[in-house]
Design a protein around this ligand. Structure first.
Ligand SMILES: [Zn+2]
Length: 104
């Protein structure tokens, strides 16, 4: 190998961006999975399909799912599991969709 190894420069802006990317909850990964499923935080997903346990945020979405997946079964709103009714929402937990920093 010839030549000198160039010292890699990190500007304060780059470092801040990296830190931000590492510590900001963007709803992805394992932590975001709980958000998306709505199990942990009682957030997005409201209704659960009684036939295949798929979750949907609202009745309309669930009906679309039902028509697509279970066309032979009559759609019964009463049979849907309302996750918001059965799960107690803990207000101390961060709400889904919040994009605040986890570390300060
Ligand atoms: Zn289903």
């Amino acid at each position: 190998m010839t030549g000198k190894a160039k010292p890699k420069k990190h500007t304060a802006k780059e470092l801040a961006a990296k830190l931000d990317a590492a510590t900001t909850n963007r709803g992805g990964g394992k932590a975001g999975l709980a958000d998306r499923s709505g199990v942990e935080k009682g957030g997005h997903a409201k209704l659960e399909c009684p036939h295949c346990k798929v979750t949907a945020p609202d009745l309309k979405s669930m009906q679309i799912h039902h028509d697509a997946r279970h066309p032979k079964i009559p759609f019964e709103e009463a049979k849907l599991a309302n996750l918001h009714a059965t799960h107690v929402v803990e207000t101390s937990k961060p709400r889904p969709g919040v994009r605040g920093s986890l570390k300060k």
